[in-house]
Write a protein that binds this ligand. Structure first.
Ligand code: FES
Ligand SMILES: [Fe+2]
Length: 350
């Protein structure tokens, strides 16, 4: 299933280096992304119109995407700007272009626009809606936070994955080895809403026994002497979960000033594979020495979800509700499916 006329976060912005194009995949289609001469991210289909080489294995020269095979150069509009083997003065062949796709950089991700009609002329930037307003997440360079990034591919449909990130009641079971150990079985939201292609819920978060005040005291004493927040963390806190269509979720756990955020792009590589690109922020233990532990925790609970989500059948969620038995406690899954049914009725989900 594909959501049309929608922005998808498809890569970590940090993965895009100035000299090298980046290969990304969305709904089975490959794209080459690079930085043009203005530094803006640009994207085209990852196929050279000359003999079909992958443009993403070429290089970037003077802001142009240069095919590694015979050196044809492409601008951000997809048109070929030069063919080295041709004599100068010969006209550029009409078909010497590849399809460009609107591309943005925001919230630490690169985004591609998936149009309802991919063959239609590319909409001008003013006509397209803005990238969804994901947040709050810390700005780059905000010294109050430490940021980590990573990725993991799951053999599961992307909508099943989105649902998993809005699903509260799995925590005490799937995550019994990590943060779900102290979660109550009946984790009822304090607030829920759906607005502008975004779903939100807020729950009281149980105390995480791994983040008790006695953990990492030595490191905090050495590096974060201003961080008193953990001492206040023993009374539980608030968890905010939000999803923005097409494919970004944000989980924020707040225990006073002791905060963790996980912003994840769930990239539909195709109908059976989802690439989770995550950005993790913590407001405590900000020393790099604590990175390995924090990364290990994210990897562990992602693996806990993966193990379960990859078993779900049918592989694609049945939006009409005949496949699963959803109850009031699955409110956010129901809300997401209802939103997706609206999209389907409007011809925007195929
Ligand atoms: S295949 Fe790209 S330049 Fe020949
Ligand atoms: Fe989970």
């Amino acid at each position: 299933m594909k959501l049309l006329d929608s922005w998808y976060a498809v890569a970590l912005a940090s993965a895009l280096k100035p000299e090298h194009p980046l290969a990304v995949q969305l709904h089975g289609e490959r794209f080459a992304v690079w930085r043009d001469s203005s530094g803006a991210a640009a994207a085209v289909l990852d196929r050279c119109p000359h003999k079909g080489a992958s443009l993403s294995v070429g290089r970037v020269q003077d802001g142009l995407l240069t095919c590694g095979y015979h050196g044809w150069c492409f601008g951000a509009d997809g048109h070929c700007a030069s063919i080295p083997a041709q004599h100068t003065g010969e006209p550029m062949p009409h078909r010497a272009h590849t399809r460009c796709v609107p591309c943005r950089e925001a919230y630490g991700f690169l985004w591609l626009w998936w149009a309802r009609d991919p063959e239609a002329p590319v909409a001008s930037p003013e006509v397209l809606p803005p990238v969804p307003a994901v947040g709050p997440i810390p700005e780059a360079g905000d010294g109050g936070w430490r940021n980590l990034e990573g990725q993991v591919e799951w053999q599961a449909n992307w909508l099943r994955v989105l649902e998993a990130f809005m699903d509260l009641t799995h925590a005490p079971f799937v995550h019994s080895g990590t943060f779900g150990a102290s979660a109550p079985d009946q984790l009822m939201p304090e607030e829920q809403w759906v607005k502008d292609d975004s779903l939100y819920e807020r729950v009281l978060a149980p105390r995480d026994r791994h983040y008790r005040a006695d953990q990492g005291r030595g490191l905090r004493g050495l590096f974060n002497t201003d961080d008193k927040a953990v001492a206040e963390s023993s009374d539980g806190g608030v968890q905010h979960i939000q999803l923005w269509l097409a494919n970004v979720s944000l989980v924020r756990v707040v225990f006073g000033d002791f905060r963790i955020s996980l912003c994840t792009a769930h990239v539909p590589l195709d109908d059976g594979r989802t690439l989770n690109l995550w950005r993790h922020f913590r407001s405590f233990l900000r020393t790099p020495l604590a990175d390995a532990n924090a990364r290990g925790r994210v990897d562990r609970f992602m693996a806990e979800d993966q193990r379960m989500v990859e078993t779900l059948t049918p592989r694609l969620p049945d939006l009409d509700g005949r496949g699963d038995l959803l109850l009031v406690s699955d409110a956010m899954t129901l809300c997401l499916r209802s939103l997706l049914r609206e999209k389907r009725s409007a011809g925007l989900l195929v």
